[in-house]
Design a protein around this ligand. Sequence first.
Ligand code: ADP
Ligand code: MG
Length: 700
Amino acid sequence: MITAILNTPIEYLKGVGPARADILKKEAGIFTYDDLLHYFPFRHIDRTRVTTIRELNHSIDYALISARIITVEILGVKRARRLVATVTDGTGIMELVWFQGIYFVEKILHPGDLFQIFGKVTFFMDKPQMSHPELQRVTTEATPKDYLEPVYPSTEKLKMRQLGGRQIAALTSLLFQQIQEKDIAENLPSSLITQYRLMSRWEALKQMHFPKNKTNHEQAVRRLKFEELFLAQLRMTLVKLRRHQQSKGYVFETVGEFFNEFYNHQLPFQLTGAQKKVLKEIRKDLGSGKQMNRLLQGDVGSGKTLVALLSMLIAADNGFQSCLMAPTEILARQHFDSLTSLLKNMPVKVGILTGSTPSKERKDILKQCADGDLHILTGTHALIEDTVIFKNLGLAIIDEQHRFGVEQRAKLWKKNKIPPHVLVMTATPIPRTLTLAAYGDMDYSVMDELPPGRTPVLTIHKTAHFRSEVMSFVRREIDKGRQAYFIYPLIEESAALDYENLMKGFDEVKSFFPEPQYWISMVHGKQKADLKQANMERFVNGDTQIMVSTTVIEVGVNVPNATVMVIESAERFGLPQLHQLRGRVGRGSEKSYCILLSGIKVSEDARQRLTIMCQTNDGFKIAEKDLELRGPGDIEGTRQSGLLNFKVANILEDKNILQAAHDSVVKLLEADPELTSDENIHLRNYLLEKKGKTVWSKIL
Ligand code: ADP
Ligand code: MG
């Protein structure tokens, strides 16, 4: 429990005052004693023991030496001018070097004097050296400290107010003189403390700042990581549990005519086992009387659209409308086309609404939507606008989720009296670690199986040297009647250079594939929607054999006859993007190829990306690698969520702790969902204490 003293505003700490408090708040987010307590050093300096010069070796980073000055000399001229002192402690000789403040230091150093010298150890020609060490003249041998000295992060502005790393250390030290063990009560259940041999909370916080030794610091870090991940997992699981308990959802009781007719007579193929499994999970949610909030993860091409359609038919069977929202116009249209084609023999009415729907059609659609004539509405963001009113929206499906923000999702919730059921389908698999850490408040389903008969795409990396060989290969495929994509990077919508490259690329492709033998479509983000659409359609219909495009075709597009994809400057793409792009081929029964063209010299990270692409088609593996290469902070959609802003934990390095924390939460809540047992009551109190500040208020 946070007792009063930790809530004390930071200005009341001795030596702080209003002006410095102000800058501490702005620069370091330190408002209270408690914030300072959680402002951790980024490293420690070990002055706990005096090292002899003979002991110094390459594995020692910083060292404390007690030695006497032998010589002091100024060497070199101009920029090379430096002060060099030699010192000895009787076991060996070490050099100290200064490049700045030479004359000032020279005055202090007198041969024969004893100094306590602290600094980073380097070696020059096998001789130990320190440049710009910290010095303290002493009369007797150095006295080592009995704890590791913390070094705190600081900023220019903090330093200007005398709040450098050392001064912050002084404040922390002062803080620890004012607080006691009782001010920092334990918040974890004692069974977990025992099971995982965790340090107490008080001890851990103390050892974070002023550890006795390295091991203690490591134990403190482990404890706080566990606490942090445990509380985050607990929070998300509670949100989920409370939603399950409290939320109301429309009940889709029956599976009726629409579903059965489609399933038994219209379905063009057998569902995969994974599709069946997921459909079962969804049906269970829809019949439960609670609002569904489910994340469906399925690799590219695993057949999510069909799952969406079948779910929407269940909605229709129960008298509800559905909407299917896509991130781009092209994709929305494609959904519309495939839904209409799949439903061509069914009395199900499907509409489409996008930003470029002409106003007459738009009016029409809006009317059908409001009257309830329309069963299914597909479209883009246009769907969530306030003008779109449904008679009875029961199910909202969001495809390729990461481009929609949480707020947009919330707008969907308001489209009926009770929030409609929500199914979110991701474009790219999310690594398991991330799913645990960031999506724990949703239920989720995984489709880990592709429809049968697919031959995996063969991926090859070639440097641009081999372009003409690559072109010949593509020509052979096209001459067999196949189609091909050429993809150019478009990292920023506005980057003129990228467009230039695209146009150059178009000309180049054209020179290899001249009309009238070959026809080429080109699609990019700067085109008007109808032109884009027309070009796309020509390719989809097979009127053109080649599609030259930017990443606008990244998601969703389905042309089974396309068997080759050439990705230009592949080193510039991120892994999820490459994987999505590659998913455009290998959709038919023919063998497909993805050729990654790159410059000769690519960065190490880029090389790793290209290598993993050549090694595997498994989206989950690629997602893990991506997380490993980029770190969690950069994963799209997670940064804004704030869910991954851990202070001490790092979900990549701390996978095991995360898993342990997760398992503990599950077990704990199974046994005591309200956290009212004797053992858990202080955990509950801790959460309540934090109430008001955070979303805890909603769940307890
Ligand atoms: P994604 O999960 O990437 O959105 P789609 O829904 O676009 O995948 O499906 C990819 C392709 O697989 C489509 O051509 C679709 O018709 C086909 N498909 C879907 N389910 C099956 C199935 N059970 N058997 C065979 N083909 C299927
Ligand atoms: Mg899709």
